[in-house]
Design a protein around this ligand. Sequence first.
Ligand SMILES: [Zn+2]
Length: 69
Amino acid sequence: MNTVDPNRCPLCGQANSCTQADPARKGEDCWCFSTAIDPQALERIAPELRRRACLCPRCAQLLPAEPAN
Ligand SMILES: [Zn+2]
């Protein structure tokens, strides 16, 4: 488990939709540029994952995970 997938949210494991981690969308503004990220969400990221993988939009705002249909 030493590899960090930059496309996955370190809190919930869902795709984080980060444009910065996707070469095909390089240069596009990421959702995180315009979304306030809750400091508590950052606190919950394991230290080794900080600055390596983006949160997903839901975890960034401490929203409950997407319900499984
Ligand atoms: Zn998440």
